[in-house]
Structures are given as C-alpha cells and as structure tokens.
Design a protein around this ligand. Structure first.
Ligand code: FAD
Length: 552
C-alpha cells in the first residue's frame, strides 16, 4: 500500500482530486469523507431540480460511493464529518453522523475540499419555517416538499446573483410570482451596471418584481407566510423565501488546526494548492486564489476552478506538480431565455483594484449574419489595457451565442492576448452560426481602432460635462422615436452635404443606434478637421447606462 490520502469533502474539488490521484497512483490508499448523504452531486443542477426541470433526484448524482469504490478503489464515507485535524500526529478526527461513533484516521497527505456555506445573517426571524438556502440535495428536497405541501403563490428570493436569478426562474417555472430583493442597485453583481440593465429589464418583462438597492432587515411570521421587512421599511409577504445572498468559505477545520487564512478569509494555499503545512492541501470554494487580471487575491466559488484545483492537488501529491494559473471569474447564467456571461475584470472591478489605464468598448452585433432569419443582438462590452491593448475582461448579454463569445475571450485572456488578437481570431462562420466578422472580431477591431487613434471615444460618464455637442447620425424617424436630450440630428446619409452647418471649433460627440454609423461619421469628420468622438454602443448603450443610473 502506498501513501494514505484523506480527502475532506467529496463533491467538485474533493472528487476531482480523488479520481485524478487514482489515475496517477494506483498504490495510494484514498479515503474520502463527506458529511452529506451524497458525494459528487451536481450542486449546479439544484435550482433546476427545485423547478422540476430536472424531475429525477437521481440525475443529480454524478457518481456514488459504490462507483467510486468499484471504478477507482476509493473508499468513500458519506454522513461522516471530519471534526478536527491533529497536524502533529497527522490524523483527522471523524464522526459517523448515523452511528454516532467517532474515530481517528491517520494520513500521509490531507486534502481539504469542504466548500462554502450559505451566508445566514443573524437577524430576527431568519430561522422561520419557509425560509431556505440552496446548497445541497437535501436543501432542495425540502424546498420541493414545502412547495408541494403549501402551494405558495408568492416567493421572495433574497439576492440577485446567479443562484438567486436561477432560483427566480425556476420558481416562476413552477407558477409562483417571484420578487427579488437585492441590496445593490443592480442584479448580477459581477456585471457592470449597464450590462446588468438588460437582465433587469428582461426579469421585469417576465413578471418578476425587482426591489434593487434595498437590503433585508428582518423577517416576521404572518399566518402561514413570512413577511420580509427591508432596510427601507418595505414589507414583502411570501409563502417561500430563498436566501441567495452569497457564501462564505468553510474554514472552521483549517482555522482550528492553526492553518492560516488569506486576506479575503479563504484558506491560504500556494500555486500547487498546498497550505503552509506540507502535508495538507486545500481546494475549491474554501481557498483564496489569485485573480490573474487584477493580481488581487479573491474567493471565487465556481465549479470549474474547484475541479481544476482538485486535479492539481492530486498531481502535487503524486509528485508531478503543476502550478495553478489563477482565476479570471468566467461565469454564465441563463434567465428566462436570456444569457448573461462574463470573464476577467469588470469596469468597477478594475477601478476598485486601482487599475487606471484601461478603456472599454460597447457593441451590439447580431449573434449571426443579419440576412439569415433569427439574428439576435449580443450586447457586448470589452475592457482592455491602454496602450498595449491586452484584453482585461468582457461581458455579454443576449439570447443566443453569448457564452461562445465569452468563452473565446476567456481563452484569449488566459493566453495574454490583445485586442488585435481578437480582431485577427479565425472563428467559425456560416450564416446560421455567426458572421464573417464575428462579434469577437468586431470587438477587437473597434478596440484596435480606438488604440490606433482612428476612433476616439467619449465614455458615457463624461457625457454630463456637456463640453461636446451631441450629434445623432441616425435617420430622422429613429431620432424622433427617442434621442439623447440636447442632441442635433444629422443623418450619416446627409452628413457630407450638411457638414458645413457644423462649426469646426465645436467638439462633437457622435452617436447612432449601436456605434457603427457613428464610427463612419467620426472617420469622415476627423479627416475634415473636426474634433469628433464616438459614444460607444450608441443609443442602445445610452438607454442602458441611463436606466442603470450610470449617468449623473
Ligand atoms: P462543494 O462542491 O460544496 O463540496 C464540499 C463538500 O464538503 C460538501 O458536500 C460538504 O458537505 C462537505 N464537507 C464540508 N465540511 C466537511 C467536513 N468537515 N467533513 C466532511 N465533509 C465536509 N458553479 C458554477 O461554476 N456554475 C454553476 O452554474 C453553479 N451553480 C451553482 C448552483 C448552486 C445552487 C450552488 C449551491 C452552487 C453552484 N455553483 C456553480 C458553485 C459550485 O457548485 C461550487 O463552486 C463547487 O461545488 C465548489 O466545489 P467544492 O469542492 O469546493 O465544494
């Protein structure tokens, strides 16, 4: 028998570590403990199980204790909680939650993959019946049972992040009227406000009530229901409440064993997922990792990084160490047919991190060629470093093809690519899938034009300074249907004839519907001696920034 490897937590990070280790080391004695009734289950599928989109609980079980044993000779003990680590003796203390016995297990290597716990704020009424978090299969079984037993008509989802939105969709799918309460003034906090705006608009259109910029203060019982009282004093009655206000890393075991935490409160690990104790590794939601774009330490509770880290911990334990590259927070959510995805840094994230030298472009291309039926717009924002054009982040919202574009840009970020690489990327094209200039190419071209001085831009927050005359180059009917207050209309089709009416001394900020005609106009105007800039993303982006409150 080779080294004894004990793994605490048997889902994304723990299970990946266990199976990779077996593939690398047939002799290792691998023992995995999980305090829950299942290992290797699909937490990401839980909202859809609540919504009955996934009707069969068994479908959530990716692997079982038996299959771990049969296929991989890995001993799995569910309903077993590891309650302490004795680092000097190299043992863990384990409690059998059914048999109520406790015992010590020695280890040569220990992997902590305990995940994260839902935030459960200590506030009045938080433990009332009908209030649930969604973390495990038993959590979602309880929610389903509550829905079946009490048939509530109204649900309150506290938290407008991706789990909150998925729960909102699934509860609506089950016929409930859903209210979302979110403390921030926007849904989907990883997105910049103007990119979250189409998601909020879509939720409204689907009948979801949104209360943004208001926090939860307490709960009170109300007959069979619960009333949530918000910080602003609003009272929201609901027959079911879902708390989706985030998670905190499960660090109790590590802290009690004297392992250090990082500045963000996650278990501290090196690039090989090793803690300062050379016999202990930690992976997944419980650890702190480096954001490759900002260089800052963050906690990123996502399944992809947890799986990759589990694999790397196994490689390190097996003596084939490879370094973790860090994270870039690539994520996607589907809400009532709309997709929102992000990778890398957001604009607010860059500002928070003190990164000053960057620029953004907004564009709204179709997800495939406009001449082929069914093209849907993708609202795309690209962030890049100035002056070298290195891609820092991207966000996209739309009905089709959103995640494909973000995945391409995510890969580009990981390879250290610039916007010029995006412009040159050779991507799939046939009319029903894309365009000869894919949205990713277009984003790279627009950004390259900006870097090359071919398309100077005025960013939206600068609009309020009023130093530039607003020139709307759309057709008169488009202008009449809505325009930025104070704008002058001079359609691109007439610009060459009418330009004499524009004084050369007056700086111009030019816009159209999505930015393309304004770009043509800016090229024409600047070559005729005008100081003209483009408002990125045009009137479409204007409405989003206005409705999101970005304009002062
Ligand atoms: P987990 O997968 O949470 O596993 C930790 C396990 O450790 C748990 O089973 C726990 O019971 C066990 N454990 C903890 N302490 C002990 C102990 N002392 N002794 C024994 N066992 C212990 N991520 C995405 O990327 N995309 C998604 O779409 C997505 N959707 C999600 C939807 C929901 C509802 C939830 C809850 C999460 C979602 N996630 C998603 C996040 C993703 O599931 C997590 O990031 C990932 O599972 C983390 O893996 P982990 O191994 O660190 O922890």
């Amino acid at each position: 028998m080779g080294q004894r490897v004990v793994i605490v937590g048997g889902v994304a990070g723990g299970a990946s570590c266990a199976t990779r280790l077996r593939r690398l080391d047939e002799r290792a004695d691998i023992v995995m403990f999980d305090r829950g009734p299942h290992v290797s289950f699909a937490n990401c599928g839980l909202p859809y199980f609540v919504g009955n989109v996934i009707a069969d609980e068994q479908k959530l079980l990716v692997a079982s204790s038996e299959s771990f044993h049969q296929r991989f000779n890995i001993r799995v003990h569910t309903r077993h909680e590891v309650t302490a680590i004795d680092r000097a003796a190299c043992t863990v203390h384990v409690r059998d939650l059914d048999g109520q016995r406790a015992f010590d297990v020695p280890y040569d290597a220990l992997v902590l993959a305990p995940g994260a716990a839902p935030i459960h704020p200590p506030m009045p009424g938080i433990d009332l019946p009908g209030i649930f978090a969604v973390r495990t299969i038993p959590d979602s079984v309880k929610i389903r049972a509550w829905l079946d037993a009490y048939q509530p008509r109204h649900a309150l989802v506290v938290g407008g992040g991706f789990i909150g939105l998925e729960m909102a969709e699934n509860l609506a799918h089950r016929g409930l009227h859903v209210t979302i309460l979110e403390k921030l003034p926007q849904v989907m906090p990883p997105l910049d406000p103007e990119m979250a705006q189409p998601v909020a608009d879509h939720l409204h259109a689907q009948g979801v009530t949104l209360h943004l910029g208001d926090g939860l203060a307490r709960f009170e019982p109300d007959g069979g229901a619960v009333v949530a009282i918000t910080e602003s004093g609003l009272r929201i009655a609901a027959g079911l409440v879902i708390l989706a206000i985030g998670v905190r890393p499960e660090t109790g075991l590590a802290v009690a064993a004297g392992l250090p935490l990082g500045e963000r409160g996650g278990i501290l690990v090196d690039a090989h997922m090793r803690t300062p104790d050379p016999r202990i590794w930690a992976v997944g939601d419980a650890v702190e990792v480096t954001d490759v774009v900002t260089g800052q330490e963050i906690i990123l509770p996502l399944a992809g990084p947890a799986n990759r880290q589990g694999r790397l911990a196994a490689e390190s334990i097996a003596g084939r160490p490879r370094a973790f590259r860090g994270v870039q927070a690539t994520a996607v959510v589907g809400v009532f047919g709309l997709t929102a995805a992000t990778t890398g840094a957001s604009e607010k994230g860059l500002r928070r991190a003190g990164v000053g030298a960057f620029q953004t472009v907004h564009l709204h291309p179709g997800h495939h060629a406009g001449y082929y039926p069914g093209a849907q717009p993708i609202h795309l924002k690209l962030l890049f470093r100035v002056p070298d054009g290195r891609v820092l982040g991207a966000q996209a919202v739309g009905r089709e093809g959103v995640e494909r574009r973000i995945d391409v840009i995510a890969t580009a970020i990981q390879m250290g690519a610039t916007v010029r690489d995006l412009a040159e990327a050779e991507l799939c094209y046939a009319p029903q899938f894309g365009s000869a200039k894919d949205p990713v190419n277009l984003a790279g071209m627009v950004a390259s034009n900006h870097l090359d001085g071919l398309m100077p831009v005025t960013q939206w927050p600068a609009l309020s300074t009023g130093t530039r005359v607003l020139l709307d180059v759309r057709e008169p009917d488009e202008f009449a249907a809505g325009h930025i207050p104070g704008a002058v209309n001079m359609p691109l089709s007439q610009l060459r004839q009418q330009v004499v009416a524009l004084p050369l001394t007056q700086p111009l900020a030019v816009y159209c519907g999505v930015g393309q005609r304004a770009y043509y106009a800016v090229r024409f105007l600047t070559q005729h001696g005008y100081d003209a800039t483009n408002l990125p993303g045009g009137y479409t982006t204007y409405r989003a920034v206005r409705d999101a409150g970005v304009l002062t």
